[in-house]
Design a protein around this ligand. Structure first.
Ligand code: FEO
Length: 197
């Protein structure tokens, strides 16, 4: 595996040689698996960061319910990162905490962050699939079992993002409907996922 650059929503991941070259004796994990899960932790942290900027946009717009939705989503992403970190540590791999890229999207319309969120979740799904492929290639069945949870979780994340997008596209142009959607989004609460294995 070489140094990796990936682009999504206008930001680049740059994984340093510190991550890529990290390999020590007696590692329980395949090096490629440890490295790609470490990269995934960075993507989950970036996702959390990104969704906070979406929440900030909605605060500016006076839509505190939508802001709440993305604050909760940010918490979900931190949980995803935390589970991966715990898994790596439990398998004798210390992940490197790399710099988190700066989200640089700007929005003018209510629907724009929601559309960006849907596209970002599709990007994360592809990234999880890539992790899975690396684990499969290494015959790392334990990691594949962990990633089964992430595959399922990504299905839910995409469905949530898509449902919200459809609702806003259908009804967001009407002030009363937008008000109702905002109130509905204000009810979302964070439920911490448990370690999937
Ligand atoms: Fe951690 Fe929204 O995927």
């Amino acid at each position: 595996m070489g140094i990796k650059n990936e682009k999504s929503l206008g930001f680049s991941f740059f994984m340093s040689k510190n991550i890529i070259m990290r390999k020590e004796k007696n590692m329980a994990l395949d090096t490629n698996v440890g490295n790609i899960l470490t990269q995934q932790i960075n993507k989950e942290f970036y996702s959390a960061y990104l969704y906070l900027t979406f929440a900030d946009f909605y605060e500016e717009q006076g839509l505190k319910g939508f802001a709440n939705w993305y604050v909760i989503q940010s918490q979900e992403e931190l949980a995803h990162a935390r589970i991966l970190r715990r898994y790596l540590l439990d398998n004798d791999w210390t992940p490197t905490m790399e710099a988190i890229a700066k989200p640089d999207l700007t929005f003018t319309k209510v629907v724009e962050p929601i559309k960006a969120a849907y596209e970002h979740e599709q990007f994360i799904t592809a990234s999880i699939n890539e992790c899975y492929a690396v684990a499969q290639k290494a015959n790392d069945f334990r990691t594949m079992q962990l990633l089964d949870w992430y595959v399922k979780e990504q299905g839910e994340e995409e469905a949530n993002a898509s449902d919200l997008l459809k609702a806003v596209e259908l009804f967001g142009g009407d002030p009363k409907s937008l008000f109702d959607l905002d109130r509905e989004n204000a009810t979302r609460v964070f439920v911490a996922p448990t370690m999937p294995m």
